[in-house]
Design a protein around this ligand. Structure first.
Ligand code: T6T
Length: 331
């Protein structure tokens, strides 16, 4: 496994100690890169359209496709849902691209549809999320999600050093990335008796549901000290829930991902730390691996990317600014 040593803006401890004292992602975009008749074709299927994380990945993938002279078209379901992603994949398979780059929305439900693509002779590169069985895929590229979950707990520890109850707001079970984040968080929390882990509540990527879950949890347990939200939508909802409960700043929120809305919440003091992934690197690497696979060159079985911890205090640093996700590919 290769590890992308992209420098963290600051190490976790340093970051927190120091700082606390598109691309138009929608179904069926016009292809980017070479559109010449003999250009190799890659289809990128996002986990969900309109998500800043996948938009940032698309922008970088399109750029790399232009550099390498291949064509790349991007599609994505309207919800993070295997029943919506499967038909998009099926029609992509019918169009016979040379490679498909995909973020599977479920570790098991997407197995058979992806195996079908491989059986049809299409090279498959998994980006962000993965599957139960990856023996036949050409490459997989994702963040260190387990480590990110542990880092989220460390962040809460530093923000609420007195200990107390902590809660996790997740998307849904069966997503490799967020499952690893919740596992990393739970393992770390278990090691510190000063904290009581209230466990995971699932919001199905629905901001309003995440807000309701957090409001209800705060009514039941008004002494919650920290909330870990495992992705963009959970963090947005958690911020709303804490605000509605009038506990802004008192309940610390650490969120995975760093879209413009989460950065705004950081500036307003509703969210205290963001764990920004490197969707651009994942997109660039994904295209490179897909092209190598198409050309019959060796590929890297697994590439792990790092993350940057952003707080209000380090937000203006060049590293933090570079880590903020895009909402379109114009910039
Ligand atoms: O956190 C990312 C991604 O890594 C995850 O698999 C699904 O949610 C996001 O796209 C953010 O919304």
């Amino acid at each position: 496994m290769r590890r992308n040593n992209v420098v963290l803006s600051v190490g976790l401890a340093a970051a927190l100690v120091a700082s606390l004292s598109a691309c138009g992602a929608a179904e069926g975009n016009a292809p980017a890169g070479s559109t010449g008749g003999d250009a190799k074709k890659i289809t990128f299927i996002q986990g969900v359209a309109g998500d800043n994380f996948y938009i940032s990945m698309q922008c970088a993938a399109e750029q790399e496709a232009r550099t390498l002279g291949v064509s790349l078209d991007t599609q994505g379901p309207q919800k993070f849902d295997p029943t919506l992603q499967t038909p998009i994949l099926s029609s992509a398979i019918a169009a016979r691209p040379d490679a498909i780059m995909i973020a599977p929305t479920d570790v098991s439900a997407m197995q058979q549809p992806i195996d079908q693509a491989i059986a049809a002779g299409i090279k498959v590169v998994l980006v962000d999320t993965t599957l139960n069985d990856t023996a036949k895929v050409s490459s997989q590229i994702s963040s260190n999600n387990l480590g990110g979950g542990a880092a989220a707990f460390d962040a809460i520890k530093q923000l609420a050093p007195g200990g107390g109850k902590v809660l996790v707001i997740d998307n849904q079970p069966g997503i490799s990335t967020s499952d690893a984040r919740t596992a990393g968080f739970a393992e770390a929390a278990k090691k510190d008796a000063a904290y009581t882990d209230l466990g995971v509540q699932y919001a199905q990527n629905d901001v309003a549901k995440a807000a309701q879950l957090v409001t209800a949890a705060l009514q039941k347990d008004p002494d919650i000290v920290g909330v870990f939200a495992t992705n963009l939508f959970g963090a947005e909802g958690a911020a709303t829930g804490v605000r509605q409960a009038g506990k802004q700043g008192a309940v610390k929120i650490v969120g995975f991902d760093a879209g413009p809305d989460q950065v705004k919440a950081l500036q307003e003091g509703t969210i205290q730390a963001l764990i920004a992934q490197q969707p651009g690197t994942i997109g660039t690497d994904g295209v490179q691996q897909a092209v190598d696979a198409i050309e019959g060159k060796p590929t890297e079985a697994k590439i792990q990317t790092d993350f940057t911890i952003i707080t209000a205090q380090n937000l203006d640093s060049p590293a933090s600014q570079a880590a903020v996700y895009k909402s379109d590919c114009s910039g």
